[in-house]
Write a protein that binds this ligand. Structure first.
Ligand SMILES: O=C(O)[C@H](O)COP(=O)(O)O
Length: 316
């Protein structure tokens, strides 16, 4: 049987599939040529990340497609319900990338707390003409230790991020509409484990208490953070969105930065991908990455092998 991994798959995933007797293609087929490619090459399994979309028209036009697999968490690029109604299997890998996303968020938060995103690019190329000026400009960094991290969305990724925060000496407050409490187990390099119980509180309380705020919610119809939510936050809050573009109102974010409500913010996801608004790209208060939360070798290895084992379980 043939698998098309249109947005790529790890070598470990390819190896596991080939061992199971599958033929794997990692050709990237343009969205508008996908239907023809799938039908002409008799593809049974289509694997995607967030770049390729799998909508109703593709599902209807590819009757022999048995499995649609999302290498990752968010399935907003797939018409999941419709595909399942048509008898197709739709799979994803919800746990595989949590820790990688959490570490990216902390990369941004530590960077923003010490202005690394700007200091890096502004270091003088020649001589020390501006060295002292930069040192002064970036003298008012903050520590994360002892501060409060607000987590909106306390599922796998929110909890993984909270664990990193606890390890860094932060207080964690969290909101999740589907969860009253969670037990977090921190496992250390020497095998020791420490457990923390966290009871979730209201969204409003999280917004009021957070010195740093991170979002781990799925894409939804309305903004989760809009003008009203910014108004509830502490002045000078630092915010990170590695969840989905459209969860934060980008126009309201820029306004909140201009007013000083938000000191700085990190965005890994954008309302317009792959072409974020220029006003975001140019803003010195923003630390930006091109949707790379899950883009680590470790996460992609786990994703590839998990997809392979699910496919083999389903199709044999
Ligand atoms: O939903 C996800 O898994 C993340 O947004 C990662 O997306 P990616 O697979 O395109 O990196």
């Amino acid at each position: 049987m043939k698998v098309l991994a249109n947005d790529g798959i790890s070598q470990s995933g390819i190896d596991a599939l080939e061992k199971g007797g599958y033929e794997v293609s990692t050709t990237t087929v343009a969205q508008e040529q996908l239907v023809n490619y799938i039908n002409e090459n008799d593809i049974s399994v289509l694997l995607v990340r967030s770049a390729t979309t799998v909508r109703k028209d593709l599902i209807d036009a590819c009757p022999n497609l048995k499995i649609i697999g999302r290498g990752g968490v968010g399935m907003d690029n797939i018409d999941v319900e419709y595909a399942r109604e048509q008898g197709r299997h739709v799979i994803n890998t919800p746990a595989a990338s949590s820790h990688s996303v959490a570490e990216l968020v902390f990369g941004h938060l530590y960077g923003l707390a010490r202005f690394l995103h700007n200091a890096n690019r502004e270091m003088p190329l020649e001589g020390d003409s501006n060295f002292k000026g930069l040192k002064k400009a970036y003298a008012k960094g903050t520590e994360l230790k002892g501060k409060t991290l607000g987590v909106l969305g306390f599922g796998r990724i929110g909890q993984a991020t909270a664990k990193v925060a606890l390890g860094a000496g932060m207080k964690v407050v969290a909101f999740d509409p589907f969860l009253d409490k969670a037990n977090l187990e921190l496992d250390f390099f020497d095998g020791q484990k420490v457990n923390f119980d966290i009871e979730t509180i209201s969204k409003e309380e999280v917004l009021k208490q957070a010195d740093f705020l991170t979002l781990h919610v799925p894409a939804q119809k309305d903004y989760v953070i809009d003008e009203a939510e910014f108004n509830m936050m502490k002045d000078g809050v630092i915010l990170a969105n590695a969840a989905r573009g459209g969860v934060v109102n980008e126009v309201a974010l820029v306004k909140a930065i201009e007013s000083g409500k938000v000191a700085r913010a990190a965005l890994d996801v954008f309302e317009k991908e792959p072409k974020p608004e220029v006003q975001l790209l140019m803003n010195p208060a923003l630390s930006l990455t091109p949707h790379t939360g899950a883009a680590t070798n470790e996460a992609q290895d786990r994703i590839g092998t998990e997809l392979a084992s699910q496919i083999i379980d389903i199709l044999g």
